[in-house]
Design a binder for this molecule. Structure first.
Ligand code: ADP
Length: 815
């Protein structure tokens, strides 16, 4: 009994030791694809299965190792092999590139692709498939092969080989290029009939074990040798792979149809024909439906991903019923403003809940005016839960929602608070700039008077000096000083005019005028001032232009004079011409095409488009040679545009320039044709006048200068220092002309003029009064004429102009 007990104990110990040895067997970790039937896959019980798995188990047995399988996606298996998480991959197609990275065993199987086709299609060799419809697995190397052989039929890709095979068998496609072993396995498993394959072996590869460990590979090779010799390898292949010879057998079994079936089929031939057709259609439709469903699922997944992405971004999506404005959906990121999507879509909530109270009415109105299908945007404020106001841009559109069967607003909200802040800052800056501009205009208007008054003294005395006896050298200096003072005056005038236009203060004043007289006057004035031997000035006026038109004649003169000044400045010889042509004509309007042409230095083509910009001259050398500020044409362009016209230039360097502009004027319908303001009859050369002049002027220097000037023309002059004394003097004496300054102490020139005119009504007389002032901004002349004055001359006076005005008034008086 004791002996038995000891024997049992010993046996128990031995078994324990053996068991321990067994559990301590070295493990071999084997990797592979989890879905590569019949080679390797995870079966329905969740265990590794397939030809490779059984082969590995046999090998592990020979090597005395315990196999541990790690089947996964193929990419992961490769990654694990690289990081040595697994010892070996049990089935890898051999390639030269791979052999540079891994050690390969001898081949334990082979893989290749081949063409499968339905036996009813007339395909018997590879060249027959060239124009057929072929289906392959997405991204499979089969696509490359087809390209290589010059396939020109239709190529379709589906997610996997099984789908490709099924669609092929259903007749959706003619041919499929698939892995032979896998396809044969599916044919058998799914009992698919009527499929054949070509004998070609495309991309045939050895199928081997692969590892980074050369020792392990040589051990596997040894074990494979044993399995080959003892027939295990062949048995495994027979078990898992369908041999090539099986396929025809399968087909031939199908083709041997029992005789009674043939007779039956003959009877039901017509019936079967129809049935067959409808079944084919159904299977086709089913295949397509399956594909559509798959696509739909993919799209839905993508859509959800997008929605999720949006929910994290700055754009809040919403869907809202139109009436009442009930929120049906709002994306989670509405939490940016402290709201929760649930509370805003709850039964009692309204879309307007998030809108700031002051903007609710505006939003309501906007929603009511929305038109179906039309996109619209509105800005309003959202009052966040934390009490912060935030500007949003709401872009929405009314569409009929498929589930609701009613119109819904689909839209998105974007936080534009930062943009609004910038806008507010910009507006503030703009207002400040505008205020500064107005201040500048006022400053300039004041400065204008202050600058002109002393300048009048200077230019006046210079003119007097030029008429006094002097040595040739002195005379040259006086002339130079005089022309400099005139240039200074032009610059000041330009700057003042420009700032007036800039600040939008320039207004058009309409009156009737005769274009022929205006152009004639300008040409006469310029010819007189610029007598040059080789320079001719003339005009060409279209006879069809009406005698009288209505428009702003002062602005028109200013434009023509500016262009003429440039023409004279830049032309040394040849001709200068003003042209006016009837451009269009209607009952109410006339458009005139003007041109100011010269044969001067011309303008470089690249510079032509810039010369109308502020302070731009065609060439930097122009300033040094000809002077100027570059403001003249900028003023001209603005004036033309103010008068609803446009201007352009055509010019050739060294040949000349022609400035064109088109201006609209109104037709004058009255019968009276007004006389020209100033008669052109004044004789410029004979500088002598007779008459008695009253000069009302407070500035002693100006009094002296003007008195001297008037006396040199032979006029009798009486001077008074203010408006009141002028009024008193007219009560006692008769004067041929009164020259009236505007800004004077005691009584200003306008009040004095009005009082003189009141007095004259009773006496039935009219003494011409000339505004004689440094207030020379645009619009001043009209103001003075409206106060009862007859003419206007700006200080510093242009002697020619003064002579012309006095001359014409004295002539008119004599008449
Ligand atoms: P500026 O006071 O300098 O003459 P403008 O604005 O009147 O300023 O003219 C700008 C520039 O255009 C001039 O400097 C000159 O280069 C060019 N220009 C204008 N008119 C003519 C012309 N008739 N012939 C040649 N160049 C001209």
């Amino acid at each position: 009994m004791k002996c038995k007990l000891i024997a049992c104990l010993l046996l128990f110990i031995c078994m324990g030791l053996w068991a321990q040895e067994a559990t301590e067997k070295e493990k071999i970790i084997i990797g592979g694809d989890s879905d590569y039937c019949p080679y390797e896959f995870i079966n329905d019980e969740g265990n590794p299965d397939g030809y490779n798995v059984e082969l590995s188990q046999e090998i592990a047995k020979i090597l005395g190792k315990e196999p541990v399988f790690r089947l996964s996606k193929w990419a992961l298996a490769m990654e694990r092999l690289d990081t040595s998480e697994i010892d070996v991959v049990q089935g890898m197609a051999f390639s030269v590139e791979r052999a540079m990275k891994y050690h390969f065993s001898s081949a334990h199987a082979e893989t290749w692709r081949t063409f499968f086709y339905r036996k009813d299609s007339n395909i018997s060799r590879e060249s027959d498939i060239m124009n057929k419809s072929v289906v392959i697995q997405q991204g499979d190397i089969a696509g490359e092969y087809l390209k290589k052989i010059g396939f020109h039929g239709t190529l379709n890709e589906v997610p996997n080989q099984e789908i490709a095979l099924k669609l092929l068998s259903k007749g959706d496609f003619d041919v499929s290029l698939l892995n032979y072993t896998i396809t044969m396995y599916i044919i058998r498993q799914e009992n698919i009939k009527g499929i054949r394959n070509l004998p070609n072996r495309i991309y045939q590869r050895d199928y081997c074990f692969a590892s980074k460990d050369p020792q392990l590979i040589s051990e596997i090779d040894r074990a494979l040798q044993i399995l080959r010799q003892n027939g295990t390898l062949a048995a495994l292949q027979n078990k898992w792979f369908v041999s090539e010879q099986m396929e025809p057998k399968l087909d031939s079994a199908q083709t041997i149809v029992p005789v009674f079936m043939v007779i039956l089929l003959a009877f039901a031939f017509v019936l079967v024909l129809f049935w067959h057709k409808s079944v084919r259609n159904n299977t086709k439709t089913l295949g397509k439906l399956a594909m559509l469903e798959k696509n739909l699922q993919q799209q839905e997944k993508e859509l959800n991903q997008w929605k999720e992405e949006f929910s994290r971004g700055p754009v809040v999506l919403y869907k809202c019923r139109v009436r009442p404005p009930k929120m049906l959906f709002i994306s989670e990121n509405v939490s940016n403003w402290g709201f929760s999507a649930e509370e805003l879509t709850s039964t009692n909530a309204s879309f307007l809940d998030i809108v700031f109270s002051e903007d609710k009415e505006k939003v309501k109105q906007h929603c009511q005016n929305l038109q179906p299908g039309k996109e619209s945007a509105i800005y309003y404020r959202v009052l966040g839960q934390n009490g912060e106001l935030c500007w949003v841009m709401d872009v929405c559109r009314i569409i009929t929602s498929p589930e609701e069967e009613e119109s819904c607003r689909y839209g998105y909200l974007i936080d534009v608070s930062e943009q609004k802040k910038l806008e507010a800052r910009y507006l503030e800056a703009k207002e400040k700039a505008e205020a500064a501009n107005i201040a500048k205009s006022h400053f300039l208007a004041n400065m204008s008077h202050e600058i002109r008054t002393p300048l009048n003294g200077i230019t006046g005395f210079l003119q007097v000096l030029t008429h006094m006896d002097a040595s040739p050298e002195q005379r040259e200096i006086y002339n130079l000083m005089h022309s400099s003072s005139r240039n200074l005056l032009k610059i000041i005038n330009d700057i003042l005019d420009f700032s007036k236009i800039e600040s939008g203060k320039m207004e058009l004043i309409e009156s009737e005028f005769n274009l022929h007289y205006i152009i004639d006057d300008i040409i006469k004035q310029f010819s007189h001032q610029n007598k040059r031997e080789h320079l001719v000035m003339n005009h060409q006026i279209d006879e069809r232009i009406p005698d009288v038109m209505k428009g702003d004649q002062l602005r028109l003169k200013q434009i023509l004079i500016n262009l003429m000044q440039n023409a004279v400045k830049f032309t040394h010889q040849g001709k200068i011409e003003i042209g006016a042509e009837l451009y269009t004509y209607s009952e109410s309007d006339v458009r005139i095409l003007f041109r100011v042409l010269d044969t001067g230095i011309g303008i470089n083509p690249e510079k032509q488009k810039d010369i109308f910009d502020n302070y731009t001259q065609a060439d930097s050398s122009i300033t040094s040679k000809y002077g100027g500020t570059g403001l003249g044409l900028a003023i001209v362009k603005r004036l033309v545009e103010l008068m609803h016209g446009f201007i352009w230039v055509e010019s050739q360097p060294n040949k000349g320039s022609c400035f064109f502009f088109i201006l609209p004027f109104r037709q004058y319908n009255e019968i009276d044709v007004p006389e020209p303001e100033i008669s052109a009859e004044v004789v410029y050369h004979d500088k002598s006048l007779t008459g008695k002049i009253l000069l009302a002027e407070d500035e002693p220097i100006n009094q002296m200068v003007t008195r001297r000037q008037l006396e040199t023309w032979g006029l009798q002059v009486e001077v008074v220092p203010n408006g009141l004394e002028a009024l008193n003097a007219t009560k006692q004496n008769d004067y041929d002309i009164i020259l009236m300054d505007i800004q004077m102490p005691v009584m200003d020139g306008i009040t004095a003029t009005q009082k003189i005119r009141d007095l004259e009504v009773a006496l039935q007389k009219h003494t011409p009064i000339v505004a004689f002032t440094a207030a020379a901004l645009v619009g001043d002349r009209e103001r003075f004429l409206a106060a009862g004055m007859d003419a206007y001359i700006a200080k510093p006076i242009d002697v020619e102009e003064l002579y012309q005005i006095l001359g014409s008034l004295l002539i008119a008086d004599k008449k």
